[in-house]
Write a protein that binds this ligand. Structure first.
Ligand SMILES: [Zn+2]
Length: 504
């Protein structure tokens, strides 16, 4: 029985019968009347099929995910102006008159991806004509909480096979399909494929989910197993703790734009605190933002009804190891982990009330070797320091240390001596910013937020939803070229039973 291949469908053509597998389905956010499906044919070519939201029940009754059909009486139209999921010039229109006849499914691919490599992401920045599929190693969940509009936003850090890290922000509808605990527990390396993302720039390159975004954990595809092998090889004999362990010189050589959300670990010591600025501030109890004077009182721009302000640490310091120095900002959480005393207690109970005089209890940490967990300060609003410290822990020798530069590191207990033996970087000599500027800029944003919508995160989402993705991760046993030219339709999943094509 003759049927047309998806690759030959053009807008407004004769719409001869097609035979397809239903790969995914979703309700569009942007085109609110649409109920969409992703179809793939035996050749591995995919096309979007669009019905009306009003016909959802009718279409759901006819089309079951992962089942195969002969489709007749459909129409074809041009692709949308934006938010296309596959690189096709045409889409299929489904209606109540469309016929779906179940057929044998053995010869159809079970999935479809069109991965874009990291170095091509810039091409799609702000251009959402075609959405982006991405594959890499799941590293961490960098944040998860409600935005200003009280919508959940979960951010993941994903590493590609060239050590490029990128943050992927998942809006509520998609975040709720992720079993967070299970994801974190996945053994190393956990390969993640995320479909239909928007690429945008907010201080740095990032990706955001859209309605059709689906997440596949360790998908059974060639790209995933090949990536997993490469990650295993690269990180052979390096424990998880050591993976991000760097010297300050190595850190200085990292490119902030491709490591913007990456967490690094350095063994170093504080050699000086920046003088001439306050070491604490009055912050909002809900969001930690610095309060602004309002009449005779203080107020948070996001929480005008906030009652009693909190006293919170914020210090800038220069840290050093034997390879170099760096300037860092330590916000409240990091200072609590260092000093083990809450800011309020130091001020109210222990009497360190002068905001311009750094307490001797804090000064005492100068020259003491500690493990700093930090990341690039890529938010200009957060002041001029190079890095933001997220946490400070005691320096204990990490077993099986491979990084000799760090294991042999000893920082002199005498900060003066250390200063003399360490080249002081340019950044370290920047004069302190005047208090007013620094306060306004540095303190309006808590250390781990980057997105205006994110700045109000106050409560972590405690219990992750365990709803399964609409489309479960599927099995595919076909060989594909890894991350080659993404906009071509040569990147298709072939069925195991399909004849081997030239493309493979
Ligand atoms: Zn607030």
């Amino acid at each position: 029985m003759a049927c047309k291949s998806i690759s030959s469908i053009t807008a407004g053509d004769g719409a001869e019968p097609i035979e397809i597998r239903v790969i995914r389905k979703w309700l569009s956010f942007v085109y609110k009347e649409e109920y969409c499906f992703l179809f793939v044919d035996r050749e591995g070519t995919a096309i979007e099929a669009i019905g009306s939201k009003r016909d959802k029940a009718f279409l759901d009754a006819k089309l079951v995910l992962q089942s195969c059909y002969r489709v007749t009486n459909y129409l074809s139209a041009r692709a949308r102006q934006s938010h296309n999921v596959v690189p096709r010039a045409a889409t299929i229109k489904l209606g109540r008159g469309t016929h779906f006849t179940p057929i044998d499914d053995s010869a159809f691919p079970t999935n479809y991806f069109n991965f874009l490599p990291f170095n091509r992401l810039r091409d799609r920045e702000g251009n959402h004509f075609l959405l982006t599929d991405y594959i890499g190693r799941f590293d961490t969940i960098t944040s998860d909480g409600p935005t200003k509009t009280n919508k959940r936003l979960m951010k993941l850090l994903v590493e590609d096979d060239s050590e490029n890290f990128i943050e992927v922000a998942l809006w509520e509808e998609v975040a709720n399909t992720v079993n967070k605990e299970a994801l974190i527990q996945e053994p190393f390396p956990c390969i993640i494929a995320i479909t239909s993302l928007k690429v945008s720039e907010f201080n740095y390159l990032q990706m955001k989910s859209t309605a059709p975004t689906h997440i596949y954990i360790n998908p059974d595809i060639e790209e995933a197993s090949s990536l997993a092998t490469r990650f295993k090889e690269r990180y052979t004999a390096i424990s998880i703790n050591q993976r991000n362990l760097v010297t300050l010189r190595e850190l200085a050589e990292k490119d902030p734009s491709t490591n913007s959300e990456r967490k690094f670990t350095c063994v170093a010591s504080i050699i000086s605190f920046t003088q001439g600025r306050t070491w604490y501030y009055k912050g909002c109890v809900k969001c930690n933002k610095k309060l602004t004077p309002k009449s005779a009182a203080l107020a948070c721009e996001n929480h005008p009804d906030v009652e009693q302000p909190k006293l919170l640490y914020c210090l800038c310091a220069t840290i050093a190891d034997t390879t170099g120095t760096a300037t860092v900002t330590l916000f409240d959480e990091a200072m609590n982990s260092l000093v083990q005393t809450r800011c309020e207690e130091l001020i109210i109970q222990q009497g360190y009330t002068d905001p311009y005089v750094i307490p001797d209890k804090i000064e005492a940490f100068k020259g003491v070797t500690k493990t700093f967990h930090l990341q690039f300060n890529n938010r200009p609003q957060s002041g001029s320091s190079q890095y933001i410290v997220n946490n400070v822990s005691d320096h204990t020798n990490i077993p099986d240390e491979e990084k000799n530069a760090v294991t042999t590191l000893t920082v002199s207990e005498d900060p003066q001596q250390h200063m003399m033996s360490t080249p002081v970087s340019e950044a370290a000599t920047i004069s302190p910013i005047t208090l007013a500027e620094e306060q306004n800029d540095a303190l309006t944003i808590p250390p781990v937020s980057d997105d205006p919508q994110q700045q109000t995160i106050s409560t972590p989402v405690s219990k992750a939803a365990t709803i399964s993705p609409i489309t479960p991760p599927n099995m595919c046993v076909h060989k594909r070229q890894l991350l080659n030219s993404p906009d071509e339709d040569s990147k298709k999943m072939k069925s195991a039973n399909a004849p081997k094509s030239k493309q493979d």
